[in-house]
Write a protein that binds this ligand. Structure first.
Ligand SMILES: [Fe+2]
Length: 291
């Protein structure tokens, strides 16, 4: 573990999230005490760390629903998530993500095991996702990430040329999607018409460019034949999924993890006994129209 910065207070040491080639991507704030945070934290510094490292873990204290919501507001404005079945009755901004939710019809089921970025089927996808770990298996169950700035920076010009200036159509139910996705009610279907987003987007806070793909939801690239689009998408995905761009978070109970959907992808891993409960509270933060 490598010290990369000291944030807000000397009590908090930030370490690189994982060992890997993406040094500085993903940080953990150790011994995070929400009571101290609410009294003393410099919100701006915390937000800057989020922007710099893309994935930020606040580790140390258990959080009430109210505290989780309050901390999330340090990074943006919570939105009401699409699928109302998963909302907490007492706090609709918070959803429950569990391997025992109803998508598995009562059987344990690990969702989101394919690379994706959250919410891209909306015209304004969530800028960030915050998860709070409230039940974890005895071992494993990591969340893996891809740094999409690093992918674009390393992409050969010949490959980048194929997507530069192009948009892709994102659908809730994509022709190419491999993941089992939750069913929508009629109102939710109306809320999720097809949308198109640039394949390379400019981060609105940092000005950096990143590859913006969601293999679960992209159906095709606009303006070219479908078979050509499929070939290009296959090439782009194969490059983006190279292990050199990946890192992962090993959860501890009560971790609050927040990541930037504008420059990362993520997926759940299945390196655990799925009969053991793995459960998070989730908040999505309102985002911008990708440009
Ligand atoms: Fe996700």
């Amino acid at each position: 573990m490598l010290n990369v910065a000291l944030l807000v207070s000397k009590l908090w040491v930030i370490n690189v999230l994982i060992d890997g080639e993406n040094e500085g991507v993903g940080v953990i704030v150790q011994d995070f005490d929400p009571k101290v945070a609410f009294a003393r934290v410099n919100r701006q510094r915390l937000h800057e760390a989020f922007l710099e490292h893309h994935v930020l873990c606040l580790r140390g204290g258990s959080l009430s629903h109210e505290s989780f919501l309050r901390l999330s507001r340090y990074f943006g404005e919570p939105k009401i998530q699409l699928l109302s079945d998963y909302h907490l009755d007492e706090c609709p901004e918070i959803s429950v993500i569990s391997n025992y939710n109803n998508i598995g019809r009562g059987e344990p089921h690990v969702r989101a095991t394919h690379w994706h970025t959250d919410d891209s089927y909306f015209a304004r996808p969530a800028k960030a996702t915050a998860l709070y770990a409230q039940a974890l298996p005895g071992a494993g169950g990591d969340t893996a990430f891809i740094d999409c700035h690093a992918v674009l920076d390393a992409m050969p010009a010949s490959l980048r040329h194929l997507i530069e200036g192009r948009k892709a159509v994102h659908k809730y139910l994509s022709r190419r999607g491999k993941a089992v996705v939750a069913e929508r009610n009629d109102a939710e279907i109306k809320e999720t018409p097809d949308v198109s987003h640039p394949l390379i987007r400019i981060h609105p806070d940092t000005g950096r460019r990143a590859l913006y793909i969601n293999p679960n939801r992209i159906d095709h690239i606009e303006g070219i034949p479908i078979d050509e689009s499929d070939t290009i998408l296959d090439e782009i995905y194969a490059f983006a999924f190279e292990t050199r761009f990946q890192f992962r978070h090993q959860w501890q109970l009560n971790d609050m993890l927040i990541w930037d959907n504008r420059c990362t992808m993520h997926r759940a891993t299945t390196n655990f006994d799925i009969s053991e409960r793995r459960e998070f509270l989730r908040i999505l933060l309102k985002g911008e129209v990708p440009e």
